[in-house]
Design a binder for this molecule. Structure first.
Ligand SMILES: Nc1ncnc2c1ncn2[C@@H]1O[C@H](COP(=O)(O)OP(=O)(O)OP(=O)(O)O)[C@@H](O)[C@H]1O
Ligand SMILES: [Mg+2]
Length: 241
């Protein structure tokens, strides 16, 4: 029998330092994996890679003047959006001026409910890209925009369409697709919220009767008009927390 020549075999010996380094590398890999998973999760809700997602906890109605109507109004807004995030079929429309906290609360709701956040601008882009073809902003996989529309119209997840009235939805083609989205979600009774700066009358005019009748269905839709809330962007928030 041939004898094994141990001189030709190099066996790596692990020093305690090697071992420590290996353990650190493993830890780093785990952290990276968790970060990637978090990012995936974030993007699956429609958020951008570096977007900060504000929480309900960070929302402080006391930033509004405590002794005024605006405080009560904004406290009520917080409670309403929280309830919406917990309901599985509610409809919510937020109408109010700039900086009162609409987007903050709707993003918090989407994060809590693992829903999908979208702006009217993004909706418009998606629908227009139907005709030229595009890549999915999140997955980088091509999705036919009509297919995309039908997916978001039928998904059970909470859906937010923010910033309606910044001039995007209310144009022929986009409006007709938006009407289809609203109609499908309405018929399926799926939780949907929209937010706008437009006043009630202008919203009615811009979106048309069919959409308005649905978002105002008294059986399960709430329209919240914020009339007193102040623009919190004008307030130095850090001092007040
Ligand atoms: N009550 C609050 N507590 C803490 N932060 C707030 C509050 N209200 C608003 N903010 C902060 O003020 C900024 C503006 O709020 P937000 O973007 O939600 O306003 P908006 O109503 O969506 O305004 P716009 O109509 O201009 O989109 C955000 O940074 C938000 O986190
Ligand atoms: Mg906003």
């Amino acid at each position: 029998m041939e004898r094994l020549n141990l001189k030709n075999i190099s066996i790596k010996t692990f020093t305690p330092e090697d071992e420590k380094k290996w353990e650190e590398d493993q830890k780093m890999l785990k952290i990276k994996e968790i970060e990637l998973r978090k990012l995936d999760y974030k993007m699956s809700m429609g958020f951008l890679k570096n977007e900060k997602i504000p929480s309900f906890k960070e929302f402080n109605p006391k930033l509004q003047n405590k002794n005024s109507n605006s405080y009560k109004e904004i406290l009520d807004l917080l409670e309403t959006v929280k309830r919406w995030s917990e309901s599985d079929k509610g409809w919510l429309t937020l109408i109010g001026g700039v900086g009162v906290g609409k987007t903050h609360l709707l993003k918090s709701a989407i994060f809590r409910a693992n829903g999908y956040y979208l702006t009217a601008y993004e909706f418009d882009q998606r629908i227009k890209d139907f005709r030229s073809g595009m890549e999915d902003k999140n997955t980088l996989i091509f999705t036919d925009p009509d297919e995309w529309l039908s997916r978001i119209a039928n998904m059970k997840r909470h859906l937010v369409i923010d910033d309606i009235g910044a001039g995007y939805i209310q144009r022929g083609w986009t409006l007709s697709r938006f009407e289809r989205l609203i109609d499908l979600r309405y018929r399926n009774q799926l939780p949907t919220a929209i937010a706008t700066n437009l006043d009630e009358k202008t919203l009615d005019l811009e979106l048309g009767e069919r959409i308005n009748s649905r978002i105002r269905d008294r059986n399960y839709a709430i329209v919240k008009i914020i009339s007193y809330g102040q623009d919190i962007r004008r307030i130095n928030r850090n001092d007040k927390y």
